[in-house]
Design a protein around this ligand. Structure first.
Ligand code: B3K
Ligand code: ZN
Length: 861
């Protein structure tokens, strides 16, 4: 398959000013008639019209009402000698019932839905399927009235009526020009929750959330999230909703999280449906974030869109940054930042160190769907955050205003965004652009030197990035503060250093004694920062650093050092020793949970994950790492049993359940106590967990108890078996809860997890065509470091088999599974041999889809 390069970008030879679409939805086929008002782009030398298409059966092509001659291939339709402006009409037949890729128009149980980003519109009709071609759309849908009472498209409803044979129709018009990837239609039998929002300037927006029948009681949280998002964007960025109708439709079969189609978002049910007994605190918060994310796209993505798909981070990095800020304001800013960084380290850092590493703006791709990555999204958001850190919040807001003033209604590049920020702030971003163009996580090594005679303290920072194409330095903002050994922040020492050279020194004057530096506060740049801290210094920062992120970070550094040291001991056949100082620091955290906040303490006592720890090793011994991390957990449980039990009792939430950050924090810490206690695995503790499982009135507590039990290693554990059986029995009709049931088993530590996962692929709960089920069972297993990387290669062989079963049915989801292999070269020779065999088997498969081929070829590299 061909590689597509950013450097080859050329503007389109034709514009499509208006699009008029007619959908006749019938069993077995849908007929799509498209009338396109075409106009030559005068800025480009005359060229034939070459339209994109995929899986279309062409029934007719005419120009200005006359049958036209054309040349068709399976993926292109070429017309030559067209007048400079004309109307092209095409009629195609598509079969959404057979569309298992979930791209384009497809069937899911209650109706027909679309997904057009990035290149799904070409699976609906012949088109210039690229984001810089923007058009005004009108759409008419015809379908059976009883089977599909709801007919939706972007924009505003303009007319509707009945037809012969029990059919009906509806016409929609979207007043805004938009690229094809933002197109959407829905035809289905759906319930609707309606509400409204009054904008700052007094316009009334009609809001609607459409869901499968019977689920209306799981919609109010998403509706509230939508209203809060609208208000927040007005207050923080002065951005008002421009629509009369804003609709969200939830669908159970969806490749991604959600899609920001103009005025007609289509969501994975996972990010809409919630009720306290079926959704956890984390689910509620994720719904807030994703609803906000898609709404925020209405400005950052829709009003101003991407010139080409290489610019994806223009809208995604920025919109993630916006949803992060919204989440931080709505919930808990401290722990939000901690979780963002935890997520970045678990997914983006490994990606950036592996075979799929790419800059937030990739220079090339084979399949664009492979680049909806945590690099483009989450690292992209970090890059936006750095811009705000460098110029300040007010200038950042002015830069956003300037961006919309310049580019509203346009399809633009990342340079355009940064230029608006530069214009508003006067800051020179020339060097900063390296963040857009280079892959890899920079490493910053910091050395501190105290001069008692000069009373000065010098920090020398040295940066490197072996993944980058050259040694030129990046501009790295490093927030620092200095603390005295007596745990006080030194007044005036808080600064944002701008590291612009490969090596650079920063001097702090008038420092009375050798200080303890707190570096990269609030995680001011997505880098790996090294400083030769003593355990005493880290313990001090954990206890006294006023920036909660860096307090947490100090604890993570302490724990990482201990676990990695212990893993080496275990690998060498020795028993690791754990220092009392760490236990004492953890005890102090538990004792001060009131002052520091339960949510923070829960984060601080969550040890770094195995995937994150593995990145710090040259060669990973997953069994030793697993044993070391759990060894520390068990040690803490033994030493702090009294504290954990005491807090477990004390933190009980007595008020009625609400998914607010205060209650959620208490539940998180209480359930963390439970999971530590279960490391001791006594019969009494099993019964304690089982009792919580049975008595919980909310999914957060019920699921936490189930997860703790699911990890119990003993061959026989009655409570484990019963809890799993009861959970399924109670929730088998709630698809999203069944996903949790699958995932709690696929992520279990138990040595028989692969056997369980294999058995579950045959269970009625599993559906080999449903992305959520595949993610919960198969992809989550791929992220289970110790089980997926089993020494005998069984995890790899299983994954290869699942990828080959899935690749034609759903290339995007299969490709995501293939990413499980990313880090295969970090393991020992025997494991590598097994992984290589699995990857080669996939690569050799005849007709392998290009999505998977790209990932596998890069992995084999
Ligand atoms: N923009 C969509 C992602 C579309 C994925 C295409 N494979 C969701 C989002 O980021 O809001
Ligand atoms: Zn997005």
């Amino acid at each position: 398959p061909p590689t597509i390069y950013l450097k080859d970008y050329t503007p389109p030879a034709w514009w499509i000013d208006t699009v008029d679409l007619d959908f006749v939805v019938e069993t077995g086929a849908t007929t799509v008639t498209a009338r396109l008002a075409l106009r030559r782009n005068p800025a480009v030398a005359a060229q034939p019209l070459v339209l994109d298409g995929e899986d279309l059966e062409t029934l007719g092509v005419s120009v200005d009402g006359q049958p036209a001659t054309f040349v068709a291939t399976p993926t292109s339709l070429t017309l030559t000698d067209l007048p400079d402006a004309c109307t092209l009409t095409t009629v195609v037949r598509i079969d959404p019932d057979k569309n298992t890729r979930l791209s384009g128009l497809y069937r899911s149980k209650d109706g027909y839905f679309t997904q057009c980003e990035a290149q799904g519109f070409r699976r609906i009709t012949w088109f210039l399927d690229r984001p810089d071609v923007m058009s005004v759309y009108t759409v008419t849908l015809h379908a059976d009235k009883e089977a599909f009472p709801v007919l939706l498209a972007n924009g505003n409803p303009v007319a509707a009526g009945d037809e012969a044979d029990g059919r009906h129709w509806a016409k929609w018009a979207d007043p805004f020009r938009k690229p094809a990837y933002l197109f959407a239609v829905v035809a289905g039998k759906l319930d609707v929750l309606r509400d409204s929002f009054r904008t700052a300037s007094g316009r009334e927006v009609q809001l609607a959330i459409y869901v499968e029948p019977g689920k209306l009681d799981q919609c109010p949280h998403a509706m509230a999230a939508l209203q809060k998002s609208m208000k927040w964007d007005e207050e923080r960025f002065g951005l008002e909703c421009d629509l009369d109708h804003y609709m969200i439709v939830a669908v159970g079969d969806f490749n991604m999280g959600a899609m920001e189609n103009k005025g007609l978002n289509i969501f994975n049910t996972k990010y809409v449906l919630a009720r306290p007994d079926v959704a956890t605190d984390v689910d509620f918060e994720n719904i807030d974030r994703v609803v906000a994310h898609e709404y925020f796209h209405n400005w950052t993505g829709n009003r101003v869109t991407c010139r080409d798909w290489f610019q994806l981070s223009l809208k995604e990095g920025l919109t993630v940054f916006r949803d992060q800020e919204f989440g931080a304001d709505l919930h808990n800013r401290q722990t939000a930042r901690i979780r963002e960084v935890r997520g970045l380290r678990a997914a983006q850092f490994p990606e950036d160190a592996g075979p799929m590493a790419h800059p937030i703006r990739p220079a090339s791709f084979v399949e664009i769907n492979n680049f909806y990555t945590s690099t483009v999204y989450e690292k992209g958001a970090e890059v936006i955050r750095m811009i705000q850190t460098l110029i300040g919040r007010d200038a950042f807001r002015a830069g956003m205003d300037e961006y919309f003033r310049r580019h509203d209604g346009q399809a633009v590049t990342c340079e355009d965004f940064v230029a608006a920020m530069a214009a508003a702030s006067g800051f020179d971003f020339t060097q900063f652009m390296r963040w857009y163009n280079q892959p890899g996580t920079p490493k910053v090594v910091v050395d501190g030197h105290y001069d008692p005679l000069e009373r000065s303290y010098t920090l020398t920072c040295t940066q490197s990035n072996p993944r980058a194409s050259d040694d030129a330095p990046a501009l790295i903002p490093i927030r620092v503060a200095l603390f005295t050994e007596a745990d006080e922040l030194i007044a005036g020492s808080e600064r944002t250093l701008q590291l612009t050279a490969n090596s650079q020194s920063f001097v702090f004057n008038d420092i009375g004694d050798e200080p303890v530096p707190s570096l990269l506060r609030d995680f001011s740049a997505p880098v790996n920062l090294e400083f030769d801290y003593t355990p005493e210094q880290l313990t001090l920062l954990l206890a006294f650093e006023t920036d909660p992120f860096n307090a947490w970070e100090a604890g993570q550094r302490l724990a990482s050092t201990l676990i990695l040291g212990a893993a080496a001991e275990i690998a060498a056949g020795r028993t690791p020793q754990w220092p009392d100082s760490f236990t004492a620091a953890c005890r102090r955290l538990l004792q001060t949970q009131r002052e520091r906040g339960a949510a923070f303490v829960a984060e601080a006592l969550t040890l770094p994950g195995e995937t994150t720890l593995a990145e710090q090793l040259e060669i990973v011994d997953p069994d030793a790492l697993h044993a070391a991390r759990n060894g520390l957990r068990r040690h803490l449980a033994e030493q702090l049993e009294g504290e954990f039990s005491g807090l477990y009792a004390a933190l009980t939430v007595k008020e009625a359940y609400a998914p607010d950050s205060e209650q959620a924090g208490r539940r998180a810490l209480r359930n963390l106590c439970l999971s530590y206690l279960l490391e001791l695995d006594s019969d009494a503790l099993r019964r304690l967990a089982y009792a919580q499982f049975r008595e919980a009135d909310n999914m957060t507590d019920q699921f936490a108890a189930l997860a703790a039990l699911a990890n119990i290693n003993a061959a026989v554990c009655v409570q484990r078996e019963e809890a799993l059986a009861e959970f399924y029995d109670r929730w088998k009709d709630e698809a999203l809860v069944v996903d949790k049931w699958l995932q709690v088993q696929s992520t279990s530590r138990r040595p028989d997890t692969l056997a369980t996962v294999k058995a579950l692929t045959q269970h009625p709960a599993f559906d080999a065509g449903n992305p959520n089920k595949i993610y919960a069972l198969i992809r989550a297993f791929g992220a289970n470091l110790v089980r997926f990387h089993a020494a005998d290669g069984s995890g790899y062989a299983f994954m290869a088999e699942r990828i080959l079963l899935l690749h034609e049915r759903n290339p995007q989801v299969a490709s995501r599974l293939a990413r499980s292999f990313d880090r295969w070269k970090k393991f020992d020779a025997d494991r590598q041999a097994h992984a290589r065999a699995a990857l080669e088997k996939i690569r050799a498969h005849p007709g392998l889809v290009r999505d998977v081929l790209e990932v596998v070829e890069r992995a084999l590299g």
